[in-house]
Write a protein of this length. Sequence first.
Length: 104
Amino acid sequence: MVIRRHKQKPAKERKLALDRIDSLFSEAEKQFKEHPELSNRYVELARKIAMKSKVRIRSELKKRLCKHCHSYLKLGINCRVRLSQKHMSYYCLNCRKFMRFPYN
Ligand SMILES: [Zn+2]
């Protein structure tokens, strides 16, 4: 009998989705300077893949995606970071909202 964790997709499919997400983020990074709207589309696509395949976007990549307006965030350009004792606050200059991340 095969025991699979609840609602999880097969490992192969998840691995594929994660690879896809990684490459979309690196493509977004490449395009950002000249075509920021393209970057936004790439990360939006990455987000959809993550949802569909029920995988988590790596925390490192999550910081580059605004959870409110879903735009691609580039430090110093459309995103500011503030540090407090308990967490880092990422401020998105597009929608003017904060995201908080605890320290690792
Ligand atoms: Zn935003």
